[in-house]
Write a protein that binds this ligand. Structure first.
Ligand SMILES: [Zn+2]
Length: 108
């Protein structure tokens, strides 16, 4: 999956944060809307996304992180996190995706 130019949820231009020589990682973010919060990570030369981080639940600051290299899905907040069964995220349907993760959390 290539880096997004515009946010797959709201079509706003994603903010880009370029890495340094020592940390060659490009992060694209859409954080403007209160309804969603997305960060996609790619290495400098390749535009291929290797990690996606989304905010699942605002009130409790729960994030979900898909690591495409390790095929791992980690969900949690700053205090507690857990691994969930891997699935490919469809961020275009943000609400459905966050609902799915909350359901996993309830039953795990
Ligand atoms: Zn957006």
């Amino acid at each position: 999956m290539k880096q997004y130019v515009v946010c797959p949820v709201c079509n706003a231009v994603m903010l880009t944060e370029f890495g340094s020589q020592f940390n060659p990682c490009t992060i694209k973010r859409c954080v403007r809307s209160p309804s969603h919060n997305i960060e996609t990570f790619s290495a400098d030369i390749y535009d291929e996304i290797y990690k996606i981080r989304i905010l699942v639940k605002n009130e409790t600051a729960i994030w979900a992180v898909w690591d495409f290299t390790a095929k791992q899905l980690e969900v949690g907040n700053a205090v507690l996190s857990q691994m969930l069964p891997w699935f490919e995220p469809d961020i275009t349907n943000y609400r459905k995706l966050t609902d799915k993760i909350m359901t996993y959390l309830i039953f795990s």
